[in-house]
Each structure stands twice: as C-alpha cells, then as structure tokens.
Design a protein around this ligand. Structure first.
Ligand SMILES: [Zn+2]
Length: 419
C-alpha cells in the first residue's frame, strides 16, 4: 500500500533561459543555411535566386512551381530523379524547402527537409538531376539536467515538448528497474547528461541521453549510452545492458504520458496489494504492456479476474493481467508476444470496484512479488570494447557527480565532438 505523492515543481532560471532561446529560434527556423544543406562546399554565385519557405497545408510542389513560374518540366525531372531516394509526392506541412535557380531561372538545386534529421538534396549535374538523402549536421552541445522529483518525472523535468521527450526517453532507459508510474518518493532525484542539437547557433532539440542517474528510494541507478549509431544501447556501470527479461511494471510511462503536456498530467496510480498480485488504479482504457517475451496461454473471461490474459515466459514464469476492459486484437491462446507490446486495456471487469489492472507473477504456479525477483541482465558490452566503455563511464561519472540538483537544462559551451 502506498500513498500518493505530494506535488511540487522546481523551476530554475536556467530553464527559462532555455525557453527564451526556443522562442528566439522560431523565426530562424525558416532560414535555411545553404552551406549546411549543399553537398559541396562551394556556395552558389550571388546572382542565383533562392526560393525558400515551409510547406503550407495542402500545398503541392506543383503549386509552388506555378506560383514562382518555375519550369513544370523540371518538376517532373526532380520527381523522377528522387523516385528511388524519397517520393516527392507527399509533402508535410511545416517542412522546409529551398529551390535555387540559376541566372536562366533553371533549377540548380532543390532541398527538402524530410524530417528533423534528414534532408533530401537534389542537384543539377551534367547528366540531369541527382538526388541523395543527407543527414542534418547538427552542432552538438552537452546539456546537464538535474532535478528533484516531488510528484512525477514529467513535472519535475519542466515544461515544454523538449523536456517531455527527455522525460519519456529516461523512463524508457530505466523501464526494467524503475516503475515510473508509482516508484517515486518525495526527494528522489535524477541527473541527465544529454546532447543539445543546434543549427546555425540556435537550439533545435535534444539528441541522445548520454548518461543518466536516478536516486530512487535509496537506490542509485546509472545508465551509459554506448555503441555505434542505431546499435547503441544503455549499460550499467559494470557494462551490462539495462535490458532484462521483465519490465518493472505492466503500465508503460511513455504510453501513459504521451499526449499530456506538463501541468495537466498527474498519473495517480496507486498500488494496492490485498492479495498475491498488484493492483494499479489507472483510468479505463490505459494500455497494458506485457512485461516480457512469451506466449499467451489464456485470453478470455475468468471469474473474479474478469477479462484476463495469462502469458507464459521462460523458466516457469507466468504473468496475469486482469479486470481488463478489452483484450487486444489477435491476443489469444498461442499468440507470441514481445516485451512491451500492448496486449489489453485497463478496465473493471470481474470483481472490481473501479478500473484497475490486476497484475500477478507466478513461478511454477506459485505467486511471487514481481518487484523482488532478481532477473539477471543478459547482454554486456563486448570484452574488446570494455576498456573504451570504462573510460567513457568514468568521464560521465565525473559529470554526474559534479551535478547537484536542481539544475534544469544548463548547456555547457563545450561541443561534444567525440560523442
Ligand atoms: Zn487484484
């Protein structure tokens, strides 16, 4: 049985400084630094004309070409050239584009921002147009964020979409160790070292979390991002992957928090343990995630459990999810499920006074406390990379140790070029 947690938010001046730079960058976002997007270093001659803007709702390239009197035949050539790289048929409102016209008003280059991280770059060559996708070259700075949790992570980390993203990524990193919906105690604290991505000297967004620390209920958890590109993962101080066979909780903080902006979001998820299982009070319809890979062995109605899903995992483990309002489509006996997959929605079927999830774990049919089981961490940093990992870890530890919360979103001037 736990009490709900008291609410208070720490807002620090450095944070407002950051907000100011968000606002200041708004106008700037429309400018497209040509040296950033052009594949080569030579900038076009002065007399070239640049047309740039952001795609308006419902606007097509045909509209834009017509508006500026640009050759429609060139438009077809652009589309043809980019066909194997990125389909130019679908343009998204708000995305930037830039068309460079030469002195004869012929297209010299066409640039379109596919997303925040990728640019489509089409240039005229002697044999026609050539298209390529180019990663956006952000300048990176390292941000230190730290705070004390009084209510929940989202409110502790501060306002705004960017802070929400950091909170959610943090909850994903520690999802095997900390139940972000219920585990917090007043005074728990977090520290985050995160990339801040800049274009043209303006803050655009946060990048990867490089390392993080949580002091939760007397325990200290640390995570370090290590590895190349998309293969990078988070490891503990010993170099073991933070991933385990079971997530800490069947209610996913990201899924609950997404779509809420700070201030309106207070997930009061109380836990009661009147029996073998754990009861999470949560709004009807809250997604229920399976805590580990496994196979569904029961999905249907069962007495006081109401609508129930039972999943069998390795080593004699089973997990039970009861009182559901809905069982996910395709979730039936024999279905293979992946860790974190949504299998059902919270409800109040069976013997339940209000919407809540009944969650239970059994080993060889004996109930166990899922919070107490010691699931081993399986993957590790490969031995040949351990020396590099330890060096990186020690560097990050020095940063984490020097951080004393509350410090919200304080950027260091130093660029993180090694990272
Ligand atoms: Zn129950």
């Amino acid at each position: 049985m736990r009490n709900s947690i008291i609410i208070a938010v720490f807002l620090i001046i450095t944070f407002f400084t950051l907000r100011a730079s968000f606002d200041g960058s708004h106008k700037k976002e429309k400018d497209l630094p040509s040296e950033t997007v052009a594949g080569d270093a030579s900038s076009p001659p002065e007399e070239y004309r640049e047309i740039k803007g952001n795609i308006k709702k419902g606007e097509t390239l045909f509209d834009i070409f017509k508006k500026y009197g640009i050759s429609i035949a060139d438009l077809f050539r652009l589309k043809e050239a980019s066909a194997g790289v990125h389909r130019l048929r679908e343009l998204y409102p708000g995305r930037q584009y830039s068309i460079m016209l030469d002195t004869d008003d012929r297209i010299n280059s066409f640039v379109y921002w596919i997303n925040d991280d990728t640019i489509l770059n089409i240039t005229r060559t002697e044999s026609g147009f050539s298209a390529e996708k180019v990663p956006v070259q952000y300048e990176k700075k390292i941000f230190n964020i730290a705070g004390i949790i009084e209510d929940n992570l989202v409110s502790a980390i501060g306002d705004g979409r960017e802070n929400l993203m950091v909170a959610l990524e943090l909850s994903d990193i520690f999802a095997w160790d900390i139940d972000f919906t219920t585990d917090f105690r007043k005074g728990d604290l977090f520290k985050v070292i995160v990339e801040g991505l800049y274009l043209d000297g303006e803050f655009r967004k946060y990048g990867h979390i490089l390392s993080a620390e949580f002091q939760n209920n007397g325990d200290i958890y640390r995570a370090y991002r290590f590895g190349d590109g998309e293969d990078a993962d988070y490891f503990d101080p010993e170099g073991k992957s933070l991933r385990k066979a079971f997530l800490k909780a069947p209610l996913n903080y990201r899924r609950i928090s997404s779509g809420f902006s700070n201030g309106r979001f207070h997930p009061i998820l109380k836990i009661n343990r009147p029996h073998h299982g754990i009861d999470y009070s949560a709004p009807r319809g809250t997604p229920v995630s399976v805590v580990g890979d496994g196979t569904v062995i029961f999905a249907g109605y069962k007495g006081q459990f109401g609508k129930l899903v039972i999943v069998k995992h390795h080593n004699g483990y089973k997990t039970y999810y009861g009182h559901l309002s809905r069982i996910g489509k395709g979730i039936k006996k024999g279905t293979k499920v992946k860790q974190g997959q949504i299998i059902a929605r919270v409800g109040a079927t069976g013997l339940a006074t209000g919407p809540h999830l009944h969650y239970e774990m059994r080993v060889n049919n004996k109930p166990v406390n899922p919070y107490r089981i010691k699931a081993p961490r399986v993957d590790s940093v490969p031995e040949r990379l351990m020396a590099g990992f330890r060096k990186y870890r020690d560097e990050m530890n020095a940063r984490l140790t020097s951080l004393n919360p509350p410090v919200l979103a304080l950027a260091e001037e130093k660029s993180g070029d090694r990272i």
